[in-house]
Design a protein around this ligand. Sequence first.
Ligand code: MHO
Length: 164
Amino acid sequence: MIKTIYLAGGCFWGVQGFFDLLFGVEHTSVGYANSKIPNPSYELVCSSVSGAVEAIELQYDEDKISLEEVLERFFSIIDPTAWNKQGNDVGTQYRSGIYANDPKTLEFVKAFIQKIQERYHKSIQTEVKELENYYLAEEYHQKYLQKNPQGYCHIDLSKASKPL
Ligand code: MHO
């Protein structure tokens, strides 16, 4: 079955670039999640008034990749202890977060985070919340690293081909 989850791990270019490399990922897009302003532009999101977070919509086939593996992969590429920051990027739009509409998924994610907390010295800041809204980002942001292979990427994409 195809499942959907929303992942915020800093600049969405790299997060999408990474998940597009994984077996079982059927579809991704980049957008702005949990915005206070409908359909915000990138410039508005950068000004932080929208409160939106850069996120990817991830559709995966749970027969090919489990939610647990999606989460393991996600936490392998971010610093979940960082506050409003990932890589070189700083601001609320770069906070880490996991969003979904399904309460069971959110419960699973919360339990997963409790389980992995012991791997970190500092406390995990990744927010786990219901998805209130998700607005597709501008077309030039979609599959940005495929369009711009030398573009900025805060994620080590080679991790996608390594076993967990
Ligand atoms: N450091 C990058 C972030 C882009 S991203 C879509 C830049 O300023 O271009 O947030």
